[in-house]
Ligand binder design. Structure first.
Ligand SMILES: Cc1cc2nc3c(=O)[nH]c(=O)nc-3n(C[C@H](O)[C@H](O)[C@H](O)COP(=O)(O)OP(=O)(O)OC[C@H]3O[C@@H](n4cnc5c(N)ncnc54)[C@H](O)[C@@H]3O)c2cc1C
Length: 406
């Protein structure tokens, strides 16, 4: 790097939930007083997954590391004021611990049983109910074709994702992190080390380490340093509707079809609003294009066939609904195993990856930020070991497959 370029200890490329969580956790480390610069190409976050997500948190994963990440995540969200208050003002994130309810047919029940056992062993508060128990707990649920369901008694629910992103950012800035509008064009390397980043305007920042927190742009950006990650940007819809019928205490329900729904806000005169969606079958899967038009380009026939139809089968009250607004957003899908890719890049150890969250990155942002900050500052994970999600498994093509992708 030329001697005239600026210098930072850490440059974070992308300043949404993940980048801002890393920034906060770095700045909050008592032993660190270095310079952290976050480069964010769009401070309105208009196309960031963090701003377009369904903002829900669950413990019901199938791998220990994801469960541990979520256990820390819920604790962080419950106590967010202890972490992210600025001038005594705690962020209002509207956390509702309404639970997740996964339901299974007789064919799929062994998977839920296996997952629930693991989740409980890890300390997650997940109960398993046979069909008759499901019926008595959730009177509005059609259990005719179900064998069982797993329910998050506590520790699962939904929150204001936008508020969490802003809270990380605000606190990071209050602790001295510099946010700058700009687009990172490429990483600059020299002799097997990352030495800095180059922005689209040609300016450079020399740094000791960089964090690749650029969401669905992560694969392209990592490739500028010769680092390959199997992450694609896929389009996902969120639909809303209002239902007049009573669906009391509805958790985030995940049907056997893969369609999900959860309440949003309080019941009003028109009924209860819900948001919902589903992962599309391969033939309908589309790449995300970052434009206003693509945010608004929503396929209502997908809603009818793949979301509403299965949900109305599962919850007969949903046969009569009033569709509301809908939007699309980007999933940074890890095509190898549907899990995050975290930590030092193989072959370029001072480039830290935070990519491939595959639809569960917002809830992982507290633990991922803490873990990467520890690794950057102390050379290892000190609290929760995130090594299972390392880049090594990608290079070795050794998937850590997550069974519960929504
Ligand atoms: C429809 C939908 C529903 C979801 N539901 C949930 C959910 O219920 N629970 C959950 O936990 N997760 C959910 N997710 C996933 C979650 O939103 C993401 O995993 C998470 O927000 C990823 O955060 P991020 O900071 O890595 O990426 P993003 O939020 O995408 O942020 C990346 C940032 O990098 C910036 N950037 C990109 N390239 C550059 C560059 N070259 N230079 C500078 N800046 C750059 C972008 O402008 C952006 O602000 C959902 C996602 C979608 C789309």
């Amino acid at each position: 790097m030329s001697s005239s370029s600026e210098t930072a200890d850490v440059v974070i490329c992308g300043g949404a939930a993940i980048g801002s969580s890393v920034a906060y956790h770095l700045a909050a480390d008592p032993g660190f007083n270095g310079r952290v610069i976050v480069i964010e190409k769009d401070p309105t976050y208009r196309y960031s997954a963090s701003a377009l997500s369904a903002a829900s948190i669950r413990q019901q994963f199938s791998s220990p590391v994801n469960i541990r990440i979520s256990l820390f995540g819920i604790d962080f969200l419950r106590n967010i004021g202890n972490h992210l208050a600025v001038d005594g003002e705690a962020p209002a994130i509207d956390l509702h611990e309404g639970g997740y309810l996964y339901v299974a047919s007789p064919d799929g029940s062994h998977i839920l049983e296996q997952n629930q056992k693991l989740q409980q062993e890890e300390g997650a508060d997940i109960a398993i109910y046979a069909a008759d128990m499901l019926r008595s707990k959730f009177a509005w649920l059609n259990t005719a074709d179900l064998a069982c369901g797993t329910y998050g008694v506590s520790g699962e629910g939904w929150f204001d994702g936008w508020a969490v992103l802003q809270a990380f950012r605000r606190k990071a800035r209050a602790l001295g992190v510099e946010y700058r509008q700009g687009e990172v064009a490429r990483y600059v390397t020299d002799g097997g080390r990352l030495v800095g980043v180059e922005l689209a305007d040609g300016s450079r920042i020399a740094c000791g380490a960089a964090v690749n927190a650029s969401g669905t742009h992560g694969a392209r950006l990592a490739a500028t340093a010769g680092i390959a990650i199997p992450v694609k940007s896929m389009k996902r819809y969120v639909f809303s509707f209002t239902c007049k019928g009573e669906v009391e205490n509805c958790p985030l329900l995940i049907d056997t079809s893969g369609a999900y729904c959860r309440p949003e806000g309080k019941r009003g005169n028109e009924g209860q609003m819900f948001i919902c969606g589903a992962s599309p079958p391969a033939e309908l899967d589309r790449e995300w294009i970052e434009t206003d038009a693509d945010v608004e380009d929503v396929d209502w026939s997908f809603f009818e066939e793949h979301v509403w139809a299965p949900l109305a089968h599962r919850v007969p009250a949903f046969e009569a609904i009033k569709p509301g607004r809908a939007w699309a957003g980007p999933y940074d899908m890890n095509e190898l195993d549907g899990n995050a890719i975290l930590g030092p890049a193989v072959g370029l150890p001072n480039l830290y990856l935070a990519n491939g969250f595959s639809g569960h990155g917002l809830q992982q942002s507290p633990a991922v930020g803490r873990g990467l900050a520890e690794h950057i500052l102390h050379g290892r994970y000190r609290t929760l070991d995130l090594a299972d999600l390392g880049h090594e498994r990608i290079v070795a093509r050794r998937p850590l497959t997550e069974a519960n992708i929504i």
